[in-house]
Design a protein around this ligand. Sequence first.
Ligand code: ADE
Length: 305
Amino acid sequence: MRIDVVSIFPEYLAALDLSLIGKARQDGVLDVRVHDLRSFTTDRHRTVDDTPYGGGAGMVMKAEPWALALEAVLADASPAGAADAAGGAPAAHDGTADALPGDGSATVGSTDSASSAGTPSARRRPTLVVPSPAGAVFDQAMAYEFAELDHLVFACGRYEGIDERAIDWARGPFDVRPVSLGDYVLNGGEVAVLAMVEAVGRLIPGVVGNPESLLEESHADGLLEYPVYTKPSSWRGRDIPEVLLSGNHARIAQWRRLEQFHRTADRRPDLLAAVDTATLTKADLTALRAAGFDVVDGMLTRPPH
Ligand code: ADE
């Protein structure tokens, strides 16, 4: 998968050199490129923002540097893509899209569908994720969706946001997705991109060493993960649940599943309410009823305790 990130703070994205994502880049599994938006300005002061039309507090990011940066990303991924974006001739901008220091994977691992799929209409446009508190809320389903893509581009806005005309323009060459990390406001999109790249990247085959661990984690099946324990079995007067020492794998699996429901009911009743009860097995229902859960009007409920 190819990932491009455009930001006025490329250093923020240095964390993508670390841990599993960093290793995946080194291994050529992920091709992550970080670009400095200011490289795509044309004035002496490398201006990326200006005052908002209509007045009000703060500054707005100018459209043109964004269009130039995104055209350069497209041109790099697929020369024909930039021609589409510019409505004819490829972008004439020569600002270099710079990778982070130490970005050894900048030229590896890229398989861009756009360059190989024939006619422009047959080509799949790259997805442009615009982190914004005004976007659709990012969740595990979206992470799975993004993990299927060949090319993800992130546009990190700052200040009051990006001139909306740049976003509208981008809807030509990109599938534009405004995405929020949650219902709170960050200073810019960079932290959101770090979170999204990690959530998406770890779903790409070869990034997480043991793919089985992806199956049994929170949100994989719409429920929160069960509690986990490691040695010693007794710590500061607290013993682990006895069932975990039983060696009975069926009992352990049953206990863990019920713990998922309890935890989800306690912490995320919204997720519990969203469980499709038609997918619950007979064994699930028996265990759930014994534990005080019930199915009312097709919805899983648990009386407060
Ligand atoms: N930029 C500012 N706040 C944000 C949020 N909540 N999610 C994504 N990007 C943001």
